[in-house]
Design a protein around this ligand. Structure first.
Ligand code: HEM
Length: 338
């Protein structure tokens, strides 16, 4: 049995900069590693095959607000009103919540967004020229997905800066360097304000529907009552938050990867048709969610001979799995032709 690894020893500043050496050690020596922390204990899976099995293992539940669950309390007392959504649920709730939303993400509808997304990109880059300088995250990677998702949902332009500010407080919690008490208060307040704003927006769309996703969700829910009022808010929050943070961080990571691999950047410039597979490789190489997808064991389970007791939180380290040499040849090499 591997001794529990204190979270403070794993999640260091060095880990935040480059988690891959730690992931390599864990994959080799403790592929199912108990991690202890004052807030909660968990098991971290780092091998590709275990990750793939765990992500579809019905004994590992996503219902993190289920009876007796405490894990999501780390996000504070106001979190549930926003976070009890499809991401944190199991079938049949998950199936019901996801069905309505997935229609809006049909490939044809996403493709139809392309000209508008291109326009937003052009406008942001025109801003660099006007200012004579640019900071990639602040001036491009963070606003781009935010504006796209706000337009998709139907968040008015005039409100987008406020919404961005609140999501940024939540997004940077844990890395903001605010003292813990101040951090908790700031996150709690941002959650309350965002919840209040989204509830009012849903109410306004109900009175005056428009050609946007919130109105479509309301219509779907009115037709056969499939989404409650609270679920409309949590679903809107999930789309806003899940789509924004991941994409912004991915744009940052992908840019660093290309700038530190100039041969690959040249290859992509010379061969732009590689872009779709290059994005897959950049997601594999340094995806935006290094340790993600917490689940809870609903019964005792065993991975790699390690018994994980019922009730344990199980974390799937996606970026560790994506660098597993048992699955990828030369996994630490960025290869846009992979
Ligand atoms: C680089 C971009 C993205 C990455 C790497 C990413 C990654 C992920 C991951 C790892 C999960 C959790 C899977 C799990 O725990 O089982 C997830 C769930 C989800 N993401 Fe993303 N995501 C990205 C962009 C987006 C965007 C743009 C949207 C929407 C606008 C979005 C909406 C969602 C939703 C709704 C879920 C919950 C799905 C479900 O429970 O069935 N994501 N994403």
């Amino acid at each position: 049995m591997t001794e529990p690894l204190p979270a403070a020893q794993l999640y260091t500043e060095q880990f935040a900069v480059d988690p891959y050496p730690s992931f390599a050690r864990l994959r080799a020596d403790a592929p199912v590693c108990p991690v202890s922390s004052p807030r909660f204990d968990s098991y971290l899976l780092t091998r590709f095959d275990d990750a793939r099995t765990a992500l579809t293992d019905p004994r590992l539940s996503k219902d993190l607000y289920g009876p007796g669950q405490h894990y999501l309390q780390i996000f504070g007392p106001n979190s549930e009103a926003l976070n009890r959504n499809m991401l944190n649920s199991d079938p049949p709730e998950h199936t019901r919540l996801r069905r309505l939303v997935s229609q809006a993400f049909a490939p044809r509808r996403i493709e139809a967004l392309r000209p508008r997304v291109r326009q937003i990109v052009d406008d942001l880059i025109d801003g660099f020229v006007a200012r004579g300088r640019a900071e990639l995250m602040h001036d491009f990677a963070i606003p781009l997905p935010m504006v796209v998702i706000c337009e998709l949902l139907g968040v008015p332009r005039a409100d987008q800066d406020r919404v961005l500010d609140w999501t940024q407080v939540i997004r940077t919690s844990g890395s903001s360097r605010r003292p813990p008490a101040q951090e908790r208060a700031a996150v709690g307040e941002a959650q309350v304000r965002l919840h209040h704003y989204l509830a009012e927006l849903v109410a306004a769309k109900r009175v005056a529907p428009a050609d946007d996703m919130i109105s479509a969700l309301i219509e779907g829910c009115d037709q056969d009552g499939r989404l409650s009022e609270a679920e409309l808010v949590t679903t809107t929050f999930l789309l806003l938050f899940a789509g924004h943070q991941t994409t912004a961080d991915f744009l940052g990571n992908a840019t660093v990867a290309l700038l530190t691999h100039p041969d690959q950047l040249d290859l992509l410039r010379d061969t732009p048709e590689l872009l779709p597979s290059a994005i897959e490789e950049l997601l594999r190489f340094d995806g935006p969610l290094p340790v993600a997808s917490p689940r809870v064991a609903t019964e005792d389970v065993e991975y790699q001979g390690v018994r994980i007791p019922a009730g344990s939180i199980v974390g799937v380290a996606l970026n560790a799995a994506n660098h597993d040499p048992a699955h990828f040849v030369d996994p630490d090499r960025l290869d846009l032709r992979r």
